[in-house]
Every structure is written in structure tokens, then in C-alpha cells.
Design a protein around this ligand. Structure first.
Ligand code: SF4
Length: 194
């Protein structure tokens, strides 16, 4: 999907997109450095303290990198879901602001090795049982991202995703789990905030 394509969705404030076992697709997504800093500031925490309380550093086999994801509680819900609502909703991660859309990027690398985002595209997450909504409103992608504060998050995220792609390419060139490399890549991505 691109910006003028349409999809139907109606948020019923059920909170199920923040619970894994309900088919929520949001909470397993990685956090960008900007996500961590923005949410930490909203909650009045230092970024490191926020990451320790609400995030977890995991090795993502598909990315071949160590990244930070939202912490999952034993009941399957996001650690930020409190009384059925997000404790950091105005500062929520870009993946949560985009939901039920997922955004992907294609990257290009020039002859000098400089990476840039060539294009972006969107996918409407197939409806899990938790997301079946009656009388869903029709949105364009453009309307949805504007209504959910996505553009305000974009500049920092584009820089971060370009870094992520560079690390991903380097990880694939290395082909092996080189410990020092992953520490370096993690520091490059998260700016020593952990
Ligand atoms: S950060 Fe907030 S919106 Fe995102 S999954 Fe957690 S509780 Fe839900």
C-alpha cells in the first residue's frame, strides 16, 4: 500500500493489540533509539532506566543483530499496558502509532557505501480475531499516519532505520556471530543509552 490507498479499521480501545496472546502484532516490534528516548522522557525516566523496566535486549535472528523490544509480561501483555491503556500513549513507539499498518523500507547503497532510504511501503496487518471491528471506518494511509502522530516520529526514525540497515548489511557480510561486532552494532543503534 502507498499513501493514498485505503483500509478499514475502527479502534474500540480494547487494548488487544498490546497483548501477544490476543493476536496483537504491535508488541513484538523492536524499539528505535528515538522510541526509547521519547517514551523515557514522557515517563520522566532516564533512557537506561526506561529500557530496563519496559524493554528487553534480544538477538533477532532475522536481522542478525541484538535489538531492543518491548518487555512482555507473564500474562502476555506489554509491560506498558496498565488498566487496559498504554501508560505512554502520546509517546508510544512508531510501530504502535502505525498499527494496524506496518511500514517497510527499501534501501539503496551508493558506490561509496552510503545507505539511504529509497522508498517506503505499508501493509495492513491481517485481522486477528482481536481486531475484528464492527462498522470499521475507511482511512487512507495518509489520513491514518497524520491522525496518529507518525510524521512527528519520522525524521529520527528514518535516520535510525538507515543505521539499522547498515548494521544488518555488515552482519550479513560477516556471516558469523562475532561478539564484538554485535556489541558495536548495538551501541551504534542505541547510542550507549543502555
Ligand atoms: S507501548 Fe503502549 S501502545 Fe505499544 S504495545 Fe505497549 S502498551 Fe500498547
Amino acid at each position: 500500500m502507498i499513501l493514498d490507498d485505503e483500509f478499514a479499521f475502527n479502534c474500540t480501545l480494547c487494548g488487544n493489540c498490546c497483548r501477544w496472546e490476543a493476536g496483537g502484532a504491535v508488541s513484538d516490534n523492536l524499539l528505535s533509539c528515538a522510541d526509547v528516548i521519547r517514551m523515557a522522557a514522557y515517563l520522566g525516566l532516564a533512557p537506561g532506566a526506561f529500557a530496563e523496566r519496559y524493554g528487553c535486549a534480544v538477538f533477532d535472528a532475522a536481522l542478525r543483530l541484538r535489538v531492543v523490544k518491548l518487555k512482555k509480561l507473564p500474562d502476555g501483555s506489554c509491560a506498558l499496558l496498565q488498566n487496559g491503556r498504554c501508560a505512554a500513549y502520546p509517546a508510544r513507539p512508531r510501530t504502535c502509532a502505525l498499527f494496524p499498518l506496518v511500514r517497510g523500507y527499501s534501501f539503496s547503497t551508493d558506490e561509496s557505501g552510503n545507505v539511504s532510504i529509497a522508498s517506503e511501503y505499508f501493509t495492513h496487518v491481517p485481522r486477528a480475531p482481536a481486531h475484528i471491528c464492527v462498522g470499521a471506518k475507511v482511512w487512507t494511509v495518509r489520513e491514518w499516519i497524520a491522525a496518529n502522530g507518525v510524521p512527528e516520529r519520522d525524521d529520527a526514525d528514518r535516520i535510525w532505520f538507515t543505521k539499522l540497515w547498515r548494521c544488518y548489511e555488515q552482519a550479513n557480510e560477516n556471516k558469523i556471530l562475532a561478539g564484538d561486532f554485535y556489541v558495536q552494532a548495538f551501541d551504534d543503534l542505541y547510542g550507549h543509552i543502555f
